[in-house]
Design a binder for this molecule. Sequence first.
Ligand SMILES: *[C@@H]1O[C@H](CO)[C@@H](O)[C@H](O)[C@H]1NC(C)=O
Length: 304
Amino acid sequence: MTILALIVLSFSAPLAQGKSKFLGNIVGSSVPSNYNNYWNQVTPENGGKWGSVQSSQGSFNWRDAEVAANWAKSNGGIFKYHCLVWGSQEPGWIGGLSNDAKKAAVLAWINAVAAHFTNIQYIDVVNEALHAPASYREALGGSGSTGWDWIVWSFTEAKRAFPGAKLLINEYGIINDSNEARQYIEIINILKNKGLIDGIGIQCHQFNVNSLSAASAKSVLDQLAATGIPIFSSEFDANGNSEADQAAIYQRIFPPIWEHASVKGVTLWGYITGTTWKDGTGIVESDGRERQAMTWLKQYIASH
Ligand SMILES: *[C@@H]1O[C@H](CO)[C@@H](O)[C@H](O)[C@H]1NC(C)=O
């Protein structure tokens, strides 16, 4: 490699720089050295989850979430926080509390996130309401008169605590399933009618996109877009039996998402082989070599 090529590479800009939608990724305990070559948005992978931050009730560990927040501050990137209310990776101590104490603890958690971070632009308020609802949802109002009062409560408190942030709901199993999408839209419309929601998060993990058709993806996106609420593909990843297989999934599923007028941002859930939660979803090898999916993604984003 020539010196010139090295210089050009080290100064390469995020793929979506200057575009109307962001293209981001996740970080764990540190930011990969090539992060800025690709991404202009960041989400903490695990570091912002309640069970990670407040594993004991009396103390908060913000270290990994701060890595993401600080990268955004230093690089002019978008900070998207994940997440406030979710039935997985909850703190172990929550189950033993009374309903009043649970509600107070959730409120204290929401307020603590808001007090600690000043640069949250997007936040996943409720995660996986259909598939992993919070164990403590009765304490937040349960189903109530709307059917989803605990979600309404969560968004009402998030709106108070994060007046400057876009409030998102987030879920998996939507992009591949119009029936799931219909149920999701019932919740979204309740929040929309109360002026509480700014974005629809659809995770788009490999188990939902690997064998999905572009037409099915577009059809669900149209279904969600009919709410009038912007859409965010929040946890995209794909894997195949080979590098070429993976690239083919990207080529089939990424364009209907990226080109949909209602989609305002895409976050990939990891990109470096050996560090992703699902094997084979990396699109850059640990030595920096770009896999075919990344080679394709770079030229695709440059021209779209
Ligand atoms: C969509 O993916 C989920 C896994 O998240 C699966 O259980 C479901 O059957 C799929 N739906 C369709 C219509 O393929």
